[in-house]
Design a protein around this ligand. Sequence first.
Ligand code: DCP
Ligand code: MG
Length: 446
Amino acid sequence: MVQVQALIKDRELLSYPCPDGFRIFLCCHADIMKLNPPVGKSIMNAGQKPVEATARAIIHVDMDAFYAAVECLDNPELKDQPVIVGGLGPRGVVATANYAARVFGVHSAMPMGRARRLCPQAQYIRPRMSRYREISALIFSVFRNFTPTVEGLSLDEAFLDVTSSLKLFGGLEEIGLQVKQEILRKTGLTASVGIAHNKFLAKLASDAQKPDGLVYVRPGEVHRFLDPMPVSRLWGIGKRTAPKLTALGILTIGQLRRCDASILRPVFGKRTEHFQNLARGEDDREVQPSRPDKSISHEVTFDTDLADRRELLAELLRQSEKVSRRLRAQELMASTVVVKIRDAGFHTVTRSRSMRACSNSTRTLYRMARALFESWREKHKTTPVRLIGMGVTGLEQESGDGKAAGDRLDSSTEKSLDKVLDRINQRYGDAKIVHGLALRRSKEDH
Ligand code: DCP
Ligand code: MG
């Protein structure tokens, strides 16, 4: 056996079995979380050609019945009942249904009318996007505790490349389990986790035992895992291609894998090899870390135009609370506050101001938003407002070395108050506790 060592600094060694029989030792130290990308993609083997350390460790996480699960979390009396979240108007569609409602055949993207016929006894709920985004930020903060290489696919779903974190967290299955446990502890929600050496297999694995699943597809188990699945599980085989394969007698991934390429060429053309690679469970795409948010904002269009200064300020405070909570959940701070106002005549203005230091405190951001609003209002005292919004830009990590690390605008009392309010809101649901002024008007944002 050949051993290849790649010593990056000092600290711990990661041992890596390779398909060709080599054992490669990769190095990992306590600050590994900050290392990006993962160590040693190509490692020289004593003067021979490079040995590709392609064995990645990929985890795919997907929350179970996400919107519906959040609704049940915030209203425990809904637990065990069928819950359907989606548009409630005449043209509404189902965003998601919990597992109790899926038993009746209800699924995402189904017209709401059909869902009501299939499951009239369900609880029907309009989506609360701001709440889902808030929980999503918490989930993603859990992911980033395990690796910096996180590729978000939607609010409830991400790939994690944990190749560099294996030793630190005690192995692949152990990380998968810890991710699930941490999500449950931080949010009260269950996630399904798929583990494999590439993205394609990890994604199928997370779906294989939903809800609350944990499936690890080991390299030697790929065919056993994939072969019985219908060809439609392969990315890119949809309603148009599947019938053509059926006509050739190819129904499963295993049949596609074993089929002679010349038979498949009339269906796939130049993509034949690509689909046979997928059928063998091969996929070399890397996890592409998502770029963090560049801005965060909330806005509201009023049912009837509003000119009352205090009511408008109350709305701004509510929005400042939401925006700052999202910042804190992602451990971000902002340097610039933006206020947007649209009057009854559809005339829209945006005003922004940069602060001398970054902040994520509700009070600081609200004070800045209020000053921007008041400067607009000086010349528009009686103008009815149709829409008001506030947002922040110039975001940076709270622990970074930019503006946020210097002089902070937020006093320790403000920080403690925000922390307490965040905890209460996390525990008891969206906006269960708000600053006094914000109670003047309480509307769902969009
Ligand atoms: N969603 C939506 N419209 C769709 C599909 C999904 O609005 N057609 C929303 C609602 C879901 C969320 O996105 O809760 C996440 O989508 P998923 O496909 O992950 O579905 P769920 O999380 O609801 O269920 P599952 O347990 O199958 O992942
Ligand atoms: Mg999901």
